[in-house]
Design a protein around this ligand. Structure first.
Ligand SMILES: [Zn+2]
Ligand SMILES: [Zn+2]
Ligand SMILES: [Zn+2]
Ligand SMILES: [Zn+2]
Length: 185
């Protein structure tokens, strides 16, 4: 039993006393509580380099709940600097919250709904504008069809260039930032 550990949580009934690293019951000694998991201190390893992670450093929690050490932090796709606090992930790319801006109006994308195109990232209003332009261009084409061409050309979907659409919100929910993990006996 684990009676000799007192977990200082307000809602401690959700804590599973199994180490997230080695999956063994945590019976005694120091543990690191991080996010929703706890680890033996010696099991708190970087998911990338497998080195011990300083439990009092700034950490980035991955979506599967494993920590990443500072050396292995993501670099921002825009400014190329490491991301040590909150990251915004879009597929393979990560951004500082502050660097995640619309390519066109340069406004910060705060509601995390965006359009990722092969040109870059756009806020929804700029993206819709672009779609409307494309649409209008298409309508012009349709109203003045070149008389020689047959209608056999496949019409490209208008949104074809936007790969990721509103998917950040989902991704983002899994990524949490913890500036302080708690070490207790
Ligand atoms: Zn362990
Ligand atoms: Zn690492
Ligand atoms: Zn940046
Ligand atoms: Zn914009």
């Amino acid at each position: 039993m684990v009676d000799n550990i007192s977990l200082n949580y307000d809602n401690d009934d959700t804590i599973d006393p199994y180490c997230m690293g080695c999956n063994r019951l945590i019976e005694e000694g120091n543990v690191v509580a991080f996010g929703e998991g706890i680890w033996h201190v010696q099991c708190f390893l970087c998911a990338k380099c497998h080195n011990l992670v300083e439990h009092d450093s700034n950490l980035l929690l991955l979506s599967d709940g494993n920590p990443i050490c500072e050396n292995c932090s993501y670099n921002c796709h825009v400014c190329k600097k490491p991301i040590l606090n909150e990251a915004i992930m879009t597929g393979d790319e990560s951004f500082h919250v502050d660097c995640f801006r619309c390519r066109q109006c340069h406004k910060q994308i705060e509601d995390l709904i965006f359009a990722k195109t092969n040109q870059g990232i756009y806020c929804m209003s700029c993206h819709n504008e672009r779609i409307n332009k494309t649409k209008k261009a298409k309508e012009r084409e349709i109203s003045n069809p070149p008389s020689v061409l047959e209608k056999s050309l496949p019409s490209l979907p208008i949104e074809a260039e936007s790969e990721v659409f509103n998917s950040l919100k989902t991704t983002c929910n899994h990524i949490k930032t913890y500036c302080n993990s708690h070490l207790f006996n």
